[in-house]
Design a binder for this molecule. Structure first.
Ligand code: ADE
Length: 222
């Protein structure tokens, strides 16, 4: 799949895309991840991408023209254009899974006070928020979405089972994990994990996942 991130701060994204899983996915030819500076589509002597709001008020508003030009130059009939904004639909694992089936995402990053409403009305397919807090910059949110989507592409994770066992993928948070040493300070690994009894281990893990979900995310249990 291909993901294009459109932002006024491309440098913020470049490092993240060049490391770890997102780097590997690109090296394996499983994903094409590109970052573009919206200002490259701005015109005029000063390449202005924002302006003061009609009606007055604080802050600046991102202008229509460079954003329309950028998206129109990158999109194909298969593209989904997603605006990163705290006013969007909440991002969730199911949305990541849906996006991982899409051939092309264009993640448009807001900045300043906002973006001209005509972008939302006539260019964007959906608005997406990564949580109920306000970042200074949608680029960080776009990276979160890109990472969550790319790791679900078949072949990206070494162990195919690990995405299926993720927190959320079965409606529960993940069970606890342990590795060597058996005793660290005075804390030892639960006996059941050393028992070799697969059914007992599976039952213990499910119980722990339920307890963790009850404690941290009771809303998931309905
Ligand atoms: N831009 C600023 N805050 C954001 C958020 N919470 N989600 C997505 N984009 C954002």
């Amino acid at each position: 799949m291909r993901i294009d991130i459109l932002t006024l701060f491309p440098k913020l994204c470049e490092g993240a895309l060049a490391e770890s899983m997102m780097k590997r996915a690109q090296e394996k030819g499983l994903a094409t991840l590109r970052v573009h500076n919206i200002r490259d589509w701005a015109t005029g002597k000063h390449l202005v991408a924002d302006d003061t709001p009609y009606g007055g008020g604080q802050g600046m508003v991102m202008k229509c023209e460079p954003i329309f030009a950028a998206v129109e130059s990158l999109r194909t009939p298969e593209s989904r254009v997603v605006l990163m904004t705290p006013a969007g639909r909440p991002f969730r694992q199911e949305i990541a899974a849906g996006y991982s089936q899409a051939p092309h995402l264009i993640l448009l990053c807001g900045h300043y006070e906002g973006i001209d409403q005509r972008v939302i009305d006539h260019l964007v397919d959906e608005e997406l928020s990564i949580g109920d807090y306000v970042l200074t910059n949608g680029a960080i949110a776009a990276l979160v979405v890109t990472d969550a989507v790319v790791r679900l592409l078949p072949g990206v994770l070494g162990d195919e089972a690990s995405a299926a066992e993720d927190s959320f993928s079965q409606g529960l948070l993940e069970y606890p994990h342990y590795t060597r040493p058996l005793t660290f300070r005075e804390w030892t690994v639960p006996d059941v994990l050393l028992s070799g009894h697969h059914a007992a281990i599976a039952q213990w893990r499910r119980q722990k996942a339920l307890e963790k979900t009850q404690k941290n995310r009771p809303d998931l249990l309905g």
